[in-house]
Design a protein around this ligand. Structure first.
Ligand code: FAS
Ligand code: PHB
Length: 394
């Protein structure tokens, strides 16, 4: 079988790239090791930056997002028992974010791909990438007891943090930067009305908490927990009890609890691969980098990697120029490191770090107090949270 671009991974990165390429008349096949249903069971991101929203529109899959997504112009920071609103819309000259779950975004992309009759091979086992340092890269995989081969011009490694593409890059050609945080996030999804109309990020002496949502009837909550915790050790009641202890009196009063429909613990890490290109194989999304979810950047970074890579591939096929694909890694990494820095900073500001003593909490509260009462400080948070423009240049 032959195609122009072989995309490994049917998460948001792979599916968004496939959809953009299709609209540009560039052929691509998506290979995914799981089933589509399994991909949709993973509860992940919830916040879309404007650049991601625009890309969904460019891919022609934004209808349900605009109908069901919730536009948010701000969020609350809770510390020392008091909430303070960051008015992103005012501080950024009118920018907002949208609450629209990654599950829904992925479903929209899956449905569009199926409706266009495009090939996605689910349950593709033992995917391997070959000869990506030549002009004739190949991908092999196993399905229904047979080994299949795809010849292509390019391989897009959209296969996430545990994928095969980054692992296949020559060790001598790759540099990996990593910082693992000494805690995780215990997430709970429930069909209960959100505790507040916008998100609440809480810095409490007991640990970080986040009150988010997926709609006006479905809530998403997170608690910072030790890495040694196991999700089965957390009953729903224990979760709600701990969340109450980390909230302010008003939110505690407003909180509507109910049975969890999903509960999981995610580790927090900062991770970046340099470069993001190995011959004719490119890494995009979590395959190339991971951010702690505090800044809601993971999914949005994946979307902008895809846009930069898509632009380069269009330039290659339509203008016969390699300038775009040559520039991909440098362009994407510039934006990636900005988001990594914000996500690390926000995580450091809001979480309890072991062995740092009570003085660390006092430092955090003093910084939060400064930021909330400084227009420059609040604007810095707002600008980073709504996301940098695609072509932010400097
Ligand atoms: P993904 O990991 O989503 O997709 C990669 C796909 O490749 C998967 O479907 C996988 O099955 C497939 N794959 C892997 N290896 C393969 C192989 N060898 N062959 C074929 N297919 C293969 N971001 C936020 O902004 N906010 C959050 O709250 C948040 N929470 C998260 C919680 C968890 C537990 C995790 C892991 C991530 C979270 N993220 C969050 C980040 C997340 O949203 C990612 O940024 C997003 O899924 C990136 O999308 P992809 O790059 O497509 O990677
Ligand atoms: C979510 O709703 O899953 C979410 C929102 C904001 C974050 C992280 C996760 O910073």
């Amino acid at each position: 079988m032959r195609t122009q671009v072989a995309i490994i991974g049917a998460g948001p990165s792979g599916l968004l790239l496939g959809q953009l390429l299709h609209k540009a008349g560039i052929a691509a096949i998506v290979l995914e090791r799981q089933t589509g249903d399994y991909v949709l069971t993973r509860i992940r991101a919830g916040i879309l930056e404007q650049v991601c929203i625009d890309l969904m529109d460019e891919a022609g899959v934004g209808t349900r997002m605009h109908k069901e997504g919730l536009v948010h112009g701000g969020f609350d920071m809770l510390f020392k028992g008091e909430r303070h609103r960051i008015d992103m819309n005012k501080l950024t000259g009118g920018k907002n974010v949208m609450v629209y779950g990654q599950t829904e975004l992925t479903k929209d992309l899956m449905d569009a791909r199926a409706a266009a009759g495009l090939t996605t091979v689910y349950e593709a086992a033992n995917v391997q990438v070959h000869d990506f340092d030549s002009k004739n890269p190949r991908v092999t995989y196993e399905k229904d007891g047979k080994t299949h081969e795809i010849q292509c011009d390019f391989i897009a490694g959209c296969d996430g943090f545990h994928g095969v593409c980054r692992a296949s890059a020559p060790r001598s050609a790759i540099r990996e930067y990593e910082k693992v945080d000494p805690f995780g996030w215990l997430g709970l999804l429930s069909d209960t009305p959100p505790v507040h109309e916008e998100l609440i990020y809480a810095n409490s002496s007991r640990g970080f908490a986040l009150c988010s949502m997926r709609s006006e009837t479905r809530s998403r909550y997170y608690l910072q927990v030790p890495l040694t915790d196991k999700v089965e050790e957390w009953s729903d009641e224990a979760f709600w009890q701990e969340l109450r202890l980390r909230l302010d009196p008003e939110a505690r009063e407003q909180l509507v609890t109910g049975p969890s429909i999903e509960k999981s613990i995610a580790p927090l890490r900062s991770f970046v691969t340099e470069p993001l290109r190995f011959g004719r194989m490119f890494l995009a999304g979590d395959a190339g980098h991971i951010v702690p979810p505090t800044g809601a950047k993971g999914l949005n970074l994946a979307a902008t990697d895809v846009k930069y890579l898509f632009n380069g591939l269009v330039e290659y096929y339509q203008d016969k120029s390699e300038a775009g694909i040559d520039r991909y890694s440098e362009l994407a990494l510039k934006r990636i490191w900005r988001a990594e820095r914000f996500s690390w900073w926000f995580t450091s500001l809001m979480h309890r770090f072991p062995n740092e003593g009570e003085i660390a909490q006092k430092f955090q509260e003093a910084e939060l107090d400064y930021l909330i009462h400084s227009e420059a400080g609040s604007r810095s948070i707002a600008e980073n949270y709504v996301g940098l423009p695609l072509d932010f240049g400097h």
